[in-house]
Design a protein around this ligand. Structure first.
Ligand SMILES: N[C@@H](CCC(=O)N[C@@H](CS)C(=O)NCC(=O)O)C(=O)O
Length: 410
């Protein structure tokens, strides 16, 4: 294998993806797979799901059009169509009122993963904790003035999108990668809470130093994820053979890997670090240096509800802006007395920004006080001082060399 160059990816402290690309074009000897056995992938994870209301209305319009051209259209049919229009119109109205529904209910319904330490995991007392969990807590603090008023629904990768459509959850905060097809089919991504990338974990005993040495390996992964799709791309692009062993839940995937049913475990790198904590002998395993994809993870809301979309977006932006302005859970009361205009606007001392969102003046104060700014949430759950020990990398603020950047409050 060619010697790897030492450029380090700030995301994970390992080699940079762009460098991997450069290496590929730099004359690396490709393995040529003879008769590569490949699984065919039919489409995006969970694809073929539901249509949104806009699509349904288009279908309805074309139905109406055809109907008009039909002679002898019965009264019954006209009534049926009118009824259908009414149902569509009222479901559009319902989906546009999530903020009101959350306020009326007095709790937020938040979809999370089924158990991913550092991101969303119940503790010994059954309280949900983690980075994705804290985002929902921040949202509840902003809307309900109580970060504890959240009902968490654990969802598998494959089943995570449907509950958003049916209204069983108000927001999906579950290490979900923002992709074009998900954006079109499943809802609106409210931003990127965590910039991630996909990696590989292997047993140290295999003495593998690079993903490019994995020709012929069996790889464990979870169904309904971008990981499955990227895996196929990566091995194809590098002319390597592999066998995929896919499972419906993270626990099954990790157990299978630990039991030796596959040589490699692949998912987003943050999740590799998280799942590694579940292994009996974590030190016997190593995360390989390659990052094979972009995985911008963020919260997802239903299509057709701009007000709620704004509330979720600005909850994230408030946390980022607070960090940028040096406002934290520890000094927020003091910061209220600041004469810096940006701090005054963030904390509702000046302007009516909370009201514009359908909240109250002190919406951001509540987020910061009850949950913390972005940096506090990162450090507490996944940062170097936590069990996961992930360096901030590209998730540092843009003012600190990273790519986390929030629009201004004004
Ligand atoms: N970010 C990727 C992967 C997400 C994913 O579900 N990864 C698995 C990797 S183990 C996971 O987090 N499982 C946790 C669970 O099912 O609770 C995606 O959106 O498709």
């Amino acid at each position: 294998m060619t010697a790897r160059s030492a450029t380090v990816n700030p995301l994970t402290g390992v080699r940079d993806r762009s460098q991997i690309r450069a290496d590929h074009s730099g004359g690396r000897r490709m393995r040529v797979a003879s008769g590569a056995r490949r699984r065919r992938y039919a489409g995006v994870p969970g694809d073929g799901g539901f249509k949104n209301i806009f699509q349904s209305q288009k279908t309805l319009r074309s139905t109406l059009h055809k109907d008009r051209s039909m002679k002898g259209c019965s009264m019954q049919r006209a009534l049926f169509l009118l009824g259908a229009i009414f149902v569509l119109a009222s479901s559009a109205a319902a989906s546009a009122q999530t903020l009101k529904a959350v306020k009326d209910r007095g709790s937020l319904l938040c979809g999370v993963s089924q158990g991913l330490p550092g991101f969303s995991n119940p503790d010994d007392k059954g309280n949900w904790t983690g980075f994705d969990v804290d985002f929902c807590r921040a949202l509840a603090a902003a809307v309900l003035n109580d970060a504890t008023k959240v009902k968490f629904t654990p969802l598998s990768a494959k089943d995570r999108f449907e509950p958003l459509k049916t209204g069983d959850i108000d927001v999906l905060s579950r290490n979900t990668t923002w992709t074009l097809s998900r954006d079109v089919s499943f809802g609106n991504f409210a931003g990127v809470t965590y910039y991630d990338g996909q990696g590989f974990m292997v047993r140290k005993a295999l003495k593998v130093n690079s993903a490019l040495e994995l020709n012929g390996a069996s790889v464990c992964t979870q169904t309904g994820t971008t990981s499955e799709l990227n895996l196929a791309d990566y091995f194809r692009a590098n002319n390597m053979k592999y066998e995929v062993v896919a499972f419906g839940t993270a626990d099954e995937t990790v157990k299978a890997y630990e039991a030796g049913r596959c040589d490699v475990f692949t998912t987003d790198v943050s999740q590799l670090y998280s799942e590694k904590l579940k292994l009996a002998n974590a030190n016997d395993h190593v995360v390989l240096p390659e990052i094979i994809s972009k995985e911008p993870l963020g919260p997802l809301v239903r299509h057709g509800d701009d007000q709620w979309f704004d509330v979720v977006k600005w909850t994230l932006f408030a946390m980022l802006n607070a960090e940028e302005l040096g406002v934290s859970s520890k000094n927020v009361d003091e910061a209220m007395k600041s004469n810096q205009p940006e701090i005054r606007r963030l904390l509702g001392v000046e302007g009516n920004f909370g009201e514009q969102l359908g909240l109250t003046k002190d919406w951001a104060v509540r987020i910061i006080k009850q949950v913390g700014n972005y940096g506090e949430v990162f450090d507490r759950n996944v940062g170097p001082g936590s069990k996961l020990g992930i360096s901030r990398g590209v998730n540092r603020l843009w003012t600190k060399g990273g790519i986390q950047y929030a629009p201004p409050i004004r």
